[in-house]
Write a protein of this length. Structure first.
Length: 97
């Protein structure tokens, strides 16, 4: 039984500069920003030839709405290539505290 969904978002051909510019367009900052409703975890790293975002969301629908409403328009403005996205059901997660 899945309790959440992991989203692996690979921006092949994009840069961290693209990522940070898209955050700026969305009104976000890399530090101190509360996650969007439904986002339980967010992590990003540079990879050979792009960047990788790994998120955990309460539901796939919440993630897809966030992409539709915020990520896609911002990514388009900065010229970010279409990402590869993979979904995996999460069976358990823990938080600090």
């Amino acid at each position: 039984m899945a309790i959440a969904v992991e989203v692996a978002f690979h921006g092949q051909g994009a840069t961290l500069e693209n990522y940070f510019k898209s955050l700026e367009i969305m009104g976000a900052t890399p530090e101190g920003r509360h996650p969007d409703p439904g986002c339980l975890f967010h992590w990003v790293t540079e990879t050979g030839g792009g960047f990788q975002v790994t998120d955990v969301w309460q539901t796939r629908d919440q993630f897809e709405q966030f992409v539709r409403d915020q990520v896609a328009p911002a990514g388009e403005q900065v010229g970010m290539p279409q990402p590869q996205i993979k979904f995996v059901d999460v069976a358990n997660f823990q938080t600090a505290g």
